[in-house]
Design a protein. Structure first.
Length: 151
């Protein structure tokens, strides 16, 4: 894991093999659509996904949203609302351990000049969901897509 992470991969695996991991997920809306990034990490490699990440110890959830937007997309966002949550049932099979719960926030991009970090190979804006997206995110977004696109 990178220098900005609070612990090593071994510590991460040890902790999140025993307790759920709390994450924030960012449905970032622009006038052109919703921002997704293409994963290049071993888990879910080659799948489009909602930018997201772990909430660190004593980090406010809203601060985690801002941090993830900066780290994964290179942009600032404004938070509109909490849309719900996603249980990642496939994570243990995909990664070999763990179970995450993602709090999903609707955010507005304050700029669209984005830069992927080392976890993603590409960032794109979508008007409709791509076929190759993480399954739990697909189900969540399909249930909210009309609302998201109107907001």
């Amino acid at each position: 894991m990178g220098n900005n992470k609070p612990f090593s991969h071994e510590e991460f695996k040890n902790i999140y093999s025993r307790v759920p991991r709390l994450c924030v997920e960012l449905v970032v809306k622009t006038p052109e659509g919703v921002i997704l990034s293409l994963r290049k990490l071993p888990s879910y490699r080659g799948k489009w996904h909602i930018p997201g990440g772990t909430v660190f110890y004593k980090e406010k959830v809203t601060d985690a949203v801002k941090r993830v937007a900066a780290e994964e997309l290179g942009i600032e966002v404004s938070i509109r609302e909490l849309l719900g949550y996603i249980d990642y049932d496939s994570e243990e099979k995909e990664r070999g351990f763990g179970f995450s719960v993602g709090l999903v926030f609707l955010c507005l991009a304050e700029a669209t000049l984005m830069k992927p970090n080392e976890d993603s190979s590409e960032i794109k804006i979508f008007k409709s969901l791509p076929d190759n997206i993480i399954e739990e995110q697909r189900h969540f977004l399909e249930s909210k897509w009309g609302y998201i696109m109107k907001s």
